[in-house]
Design a protein around this ligand. Structure first.
Ligand code: ZN
Length: 466
């Protein structure tokens, strides 16, 4: 009891001290002209112009909150000598677009909403899925199956109802990007794929917006500010896209949930710095984060390139060209998981559907099921009695397949080599494997179309999809 009473007295004293500092700041605020005061008051709409919200994205002021409430809400910001009333005022007059309400976008949107950005736009065309929740912390279980933008916007409004949150429930594409991005002062790229990265960068150059760009994959992340204070655009650094094989995304290679969280927090920080002109933004520098070793490195990157196709001196890249530019063909990679192109390497005679394969099992046909996924995938879940030889080592481990073929033949009453069916996660690697096996003389090898994803969909709904 004594301890509680003591704690209460201490907290009350602390509160009194804070209240007196708040009163002092309030009196300072009252002494300044109304234009620089913190926004408050029902339905008051900001004026158009840079850092003031545009006509299309008017800054919402208050939601029944009085100026005193606003000072109280942001008091810890106001108490920062380097940030203060001026920083908070700039923040409240800025509009920021977050592209992607996923692992990076979650902390970005939450922090920008909490810290009092005047207008926060969120754009994403996907719905919340169960396997998003380990890292996309803005979404709750109750929102699985609903629009990510709705989920994220609701979460932001719950934290801060005094800001304006704008929902853009579409995937950002060349045909709608200019119209959406133009409404904001600052853009945060919180997406996870290469064509979208090029598209957002080009769009920001055309509309002259600073771009806070982040990426997280596996156990690593990176972050920089493009097209701001003379820093390059994405195309200055990477005029040509990397080879397709180098482009992975977390749906294929995994990501530790907190890694995009770290990068997203840093993106929110950079967005706040750019919006308020406080500190030194990461323009012309790139931050590299390695979660395993807990190392952060900051490397200098080149300035903007005078010969850059988009931001260079003689660039002829126009908004019309942007809208027609095919970013998926340019990068040879899809803008979303759902449109991932499937390989088509094999003749029809070398492929079977999952349902055909199931019938063959039911008929007791002697065969081998070869699973060519990486071992750590195989350990997540596998079809019973399958043999795992990852595609990457298939050629050097063909003897394992030969042994297995012989054992299967010995066990069968027929004196005939069993056939080989090859499966993988989505049906691309299995085709490459069948091509290799046929070249090596395993002429009975056949691909199971659509891999384990189709198996779960068409044959065994209890098979876990990951
Ligand atoms: Zn450039």
């Amino acid at each position: 009891m004594e301890a509680i009473a003591g704690e209460l007295a201490r907290l009350r004293a602390e509160r009194e001290e804070l209240d007196s500092r708040i009163r002092l700041l309030e009196s300072q605020l009252d002494a300044t002209p109304p234009a620089s005061a913190l926004p408050a008051g029902e339905g008051d709409v900001g004026t158009a112009g840079a850092r003031g919200g545009t006509a299309a994205c008017p800054i919402r002021r208050g939601n029944g909150f009085t100026p005193t409430d606003m000072i109280h809400r942001y008091s810890r910001h106001l108490l920062l000598p380097d940030f203060g009333v001026e920083g908070q005022r700039k923040l409240s007059q800025s509009s920021i677009l977050v592209v992607g309400a996923g692992g990076l976008g979650s902390p970005v949107a939450l922090y920008l909403a909490a810290c009092g950005v005047g207008c926060l736009g969120i754009v994403d065309g996907d719905d919340v899925e169960l396997n998003n929740l380990h890292r996309q912390i803005i979404h709750k279980e109750a929102y699985v199956g609903q629009s990510k933008v709705k989920s994220a916007a609701d979460a932001c409004r719950e934290i801060n109802s005094s800001i304006k949150v704008v929902e853009h429930r579409h995937t950002l594409k060349p045909f709608n990007a200019l119209e959406i991005v133009t409404k904001y002062d600052i853009v945060v790229d919180a997406t996870d794929n290469l064509p979208t990265r090029y598209m957002i960068s080009d769009c920001c150059v055309l509309l002259n917006k600073p771009l806070i760009s982040g990426a997280a994959l596996g156990l690593e992340g990176q972050l920089t500010v493009y097209h701001h204070n003379g820093s390059p655009c994405y195309r200055c650094l990477f005029p040509n896209p990397p080879p397709v094989a180098a482009c992975q995304r977390c749906s294929d290679s995994g990501v530790l949930g907190v890694v995009p969280g770290v990068i997203g927090c840093l993106q929110a920080l950079e967005a706040i710095k750019v919006a308020t002109d406080v500190g030194e933004p990461l323009s012309g520098r790139m931050l590299l984060f390695d979660a395993l070793s807990a190392r952060i490195r900051i490397v200098k990157i080149r300035g903007s390139s005078s010969v850059c196709m988009v931001c260079g001196e003689n660039s002829v890249f126009t908004q019309e060209e942007f809208q027609k530019f095919d970013y998926e063909t340019f990068t040879q990679s899809p803008m979303s998981d759902k449109s991932a192109p499937s390989l088509d390497l094999l003749p029809e005679s070398a492929r079977v559907t999952c349902k055909d394969y199931k019938r063959l099992i039911d008929n007791g046909e002697s065969h081998i099921l070869l699973d060519v996924r990486p071992t750590h995938h195989f350990q997540i879940a596998s079809v019973s009695q399958s043999l795992n030889i990852p595609l990457s080592v298939l050629e050097e481990k063909l003897h394992m397949l030969e042994i297995s073929l012989k054992e299967t033949m010995d066990a069968s009453t027929l004196n005939k080599l069993p056939s080989i069916y090859v499966i993988c996660r989505r049906g691309n690697d299995s085709q490459i494997a069948v091509q290799l096996l046929r070249e090596k003389g395993f002429l009975s090898a056949k691909d199971i179309i659509g891999g384990l994803q189709s198996w779960a969909q068409d044959v065994d709904p209890d098979f876990p999809v990951y």
